[in-house]
Design a protein around this ligand. Structure first.
Ligand SMILES: [Zn+2]
Length: 444
């Protein structure tokens, strides 16, 4: 809550005439002014020099083409895939998030009885390779492309037990800014980092905080993209969450905001899965550990920390699938994406195989589905659109988390302030009437 609101509450209780006047004009100002909190950092304009690597459209799809390819793929395989587009927006900013679901059964009941995996790609605009990987995984799931090491029967045996939801391009608006030439843009279409906009340890800023990189937004879940993803995660309730990024090669587990991992069994099952992936598909050179402990900085308000702590996804990961440490820090296309055909293919081959290893080993690691059902003694109450959540946390302590967006708080507060002013006004005018001498009985 903002301090100035509290100050104006204090001025209400003292109710001297000067503070009343101040309060009155302040509340009118609040009600009529443009939003005090909607001042977003303007997108930085990079100066483009010829030394910067442009997007290689011989290798990469444009966002429009990629989504079109995915739509066509879904249409060709209605028995395996379906697709929905989730829309959201506020304050004149709109977005949409496409979600592709792989699974043989179509009903929600079928989903509930299966092992559920949620994958997100393209949360940062400049990491184009991640969305290419999403397309590759969907092509393999629909059996239009094949992994050299996995035969048809094994694949079907593995996939029959799963429902997989894929978000191929979480940050469509940010991606469009990148395609328009802002090659280093990672934030959404209005300058908020979608991997800092979640509520776990939201808004904390490190000494080297750079708003052009990590702007967390005006409040947790201020951004429609994050709201859509939270709603999707809460309703789908996955066993595995993987947030796919690029910039380095790493397999991260919680936590991003502190230098520790979970302990005990949760750690063991995440760690052994990651070690297997590192061994089989990352040539043993992927970094494994907590995001906060391994990456060299703490990240506050990330999706993976929320998935683990709040949605209680038992295996929550952030994968970093490619990085060119030799690229200049301004040469973002090169730093975050392979730029030649052979490394492009290598990344997609290695990492699509890694995901199918997870599809196979993940359910085994977790001891199949029922363990999570027993684990979930308190379910998320997501009426009010997921705002009010009462959860039992991992350590058995009751937690109540009230997550009202600043937008709603402001609206209610303005209504409250205006109605208080009206009531005070009526009260004052009654008092002044009461002090007037009674003259009605005396004729003029
Ligand atoms: Zn990223």
């Amino acid at each position: 809550m903002n301090d100035s609101y509290l100050n104006s509450m204090a001025s209400l209780s003292s109710s001297s005439s000067s503070s009343f006047l101040f309060f009155f004009s302040f509340s009118i100002f609040l009600a009529s002014s443009p939003d005090l909190f909607s001042v977003y950092a303007k997108s930085h304009n990079l100066t483009h020099s010829s030394s910067l690597t442009p997007i290689n459209y011989h290798l990469y799809h444009s966002s429009g083409n990629l989504m079109e390819e995915i739509r066509n793929l879904v249409h060709r395989h209605p028995d395996k895939l379906n697709m929905e587009t989730l829309k959201g927006g506020n304050k004149g900013y709109d977005t949409e998030v496409a979600v592709v679901t792989y699974g043989k059964g179509k009903s929600q009941n079928d989903e509930r009885s299966k092992f559920r995996i949620l994958l997100s790609f393209g949360q940062h605009g400049r990491e184009l390779i991640t969305s290419e990987l999403a397309l590759r995984i969907l092509s393999i799931l629909s059996e239009e492309q094949h992994l050299p090491t996995v035969d048809h029967a094994t694949l079907n045996g593995t996939l029959g037990k799963l429902v997989i939801k894929v978000v191929p391009m979480e940050n469509l608006n940010g991606r469009k800014l990148v395609e328009a030439g802002d090659l280093c843009e990672r934030r959404n279409g209005r300058g908020v980092d979608l991997n800092r906009n979640w509520s776990v340890d939201w808004g904390k800023k490190e000494k080297d905080y750079d708003p052009y990189e990590e702007n967390p937004g005006v409040a947790p879940f201020s951004e429609p993209e994050t709201q859509i993803m939270r709603k999707l995660a809460i309703s789908f309730d996955p066993h595995i969450w993987i947030n796919v990024h690029s910039g380095m090669e790493a397999l991260f587990m919680p936590y991003d905001h502190k230098n520790i991992t979970p302990i005990g069994l949760p750690l063991q099952r995440m760690k052994s899965l990651l070690e297997e992936v590192n061994h089989l598909h990352c040539h043993k050179h992927c970094m494994i550990g907590s995001g906060g402990g391994s990456v060299g900085y703490f990240a506050h308000g990330t999706a993976t920390d929320f998935m683990y702590d709040m949605v209680r996804v038992p295996m929550a990961f952030t994968f970093e699938i490619y990085g060119d440490g030799t690229a200049s820090s301004k040469d973002c296309f090169k730093m975050f994406n392979p730029i030649d055909l052979s490394s492009y293919n290598r990344v997609l081959n290695d990492w699509s195989a890694a995901f199918f290893t997870i599809f196979k080993l993940g359910p085994q690691q977790l001891g199949e589905i029922h363990s999570k059902a027993l684990d979930k003694l308190v379910s998320i109450d997501d009426y009010l659109d997921g705002y009010l959540m009462e959860r039992r946390n991992r350590y058995g302590k009751k937690m109540e988390v009230l997550e009202l967006g600043m937008q709603e708080i402001r609206t209610y507060f303005r209504l409250f302030l205006l109605s208080s002013v009206l009531l005070l006004f009526m009260f004052c005018s009654r008092i002044s009437k009461g002090k007037r001498p009674i003259v009605s009985a005396i004729p003029l």
